[in-house]
Design a protein around this ligand. Structure first.
Ligand SMILES: Nc1ncnc2c1ncn2[C@@H]1O[C@H](COP(=O)(O)OP(=O)(O)OP(=O)(O)O)[C@@H](O)[C@H]1O
Length: 243
């Protein structure tokens, strides 16, 4: 595949935790304006890939090119400044800080002249957060915390949004709302999204393209529609699943 239109190009990335190998030579392409989904079972290495893109843990070998620059040795704060934001698994918001303070934390590495505009944009996307601006993060519902985690990531004005399991532990209706917002961000604002999900059905329906990860390797790739039709994908990630 040509890498010309890529916002993110990952080639031959290997990541270790001590002696344990978590990624075994991963190749992934994310083009500008795409939603790309990575699916895989528990422990396949999906979160490790997200974290490796952000520089912690570091890839031991391989190349990660973002917006034309190799970021495989770039410090995490610099990666965020360059335009990658992550909403991590388990929606790690700051529970004792208010919604507003959480959003301020998201904006701290970027120029604050855009703060008011960015705040308006996330409050338009997530009106419930506006209503709860002074409430502590930890008192929000699971769905609201997920919205806050995404909103916080958006406050750094990313070109690429990394979302790790945004549907984890949420009721189907909330999952639907969150996936609709991701779609809206992509189609209205052209935001590029790389999404990790165990909820393969919804994630592949939403995505332009997808990858399947098994035991630290990419084993399949294709358009979301192609992957949804594959027997191996259906058997491993869809049959009997909640969709
Ligand atoms: N901090 C760590 N130290 C040692 N091993 C780890 C660490 N984090 C993850 N691993 C191991 O690396 C492998 C990949 O884990 P990872 O969390 O990336 O998988 P995942 O696909 O995101 O799974 P899940 O959906 O459960 O989060 C697993 O074998 C896991 O046990």
């Amino acid at each position: 595949m040509s890498t010309e239109q890529n916002l993110l190009t990952i080639r031959g990335v290997e990541t270790y935790y001590g002696k344990i190998v978590a990624l075994r030579g991963v190749d992934v392409d994310v083009k500008k304006g795409e939603i790309v989904t990575l699916i895989g079972a528990n422990g396949a290495g999906k979160s490790t890939l997200m974290m490796t893109i952000c520089g912690s843990p570091r890839a031991r070998t391989g190349e990660i090119v973002f917006d034309g620059q190799d970021i495989s040795r770039t410090p995490t704060h610099e990666i965020i400044r360059m335009g990658i934001a992550q909403s991590p698994e388990g929606r790690r918001i700051f529970p004792r800080m208010s919604v507003m303070e959480n959003l301020q934390m998201g904006a701290q590495l970027v120029d604050d002249k855009h703060f008011d505009d960015d705040l308006k944009r996330v409050f338009d996307l997530f009106p419930r957060l506006k209503e709860r601006a002074n409430q502590r993060g930890g008192t929000l519902s699971g769905g609201e915390q997920q919205m806050l985690a995404i909103a916080r990531a958006l406050m750094s004005r990313p070109k690429l949004l990394l979302l790790d399991e945004p549907s984890l532990g949420l009721a189907p209706l909330i999952v639907k709302q969150i996936f609709e917002i991701i779609k809206e961000l992509n189609s209205n604002e052209g935001l590029t999204v790389f999404l990790v999900e165990q909820n393969a059905f919804h994630a592949l329906k939403l995505a332009h393209r997808g990858y399947v990860m098994v035991n630290g390797n990419i084993t399949m790739s294709g358009t979301g529609a192609e992957l949804l039709k594959r027997d191996e994908v259906r058997a491993a990630y869809l049959e009997g699943g909640a969709h």
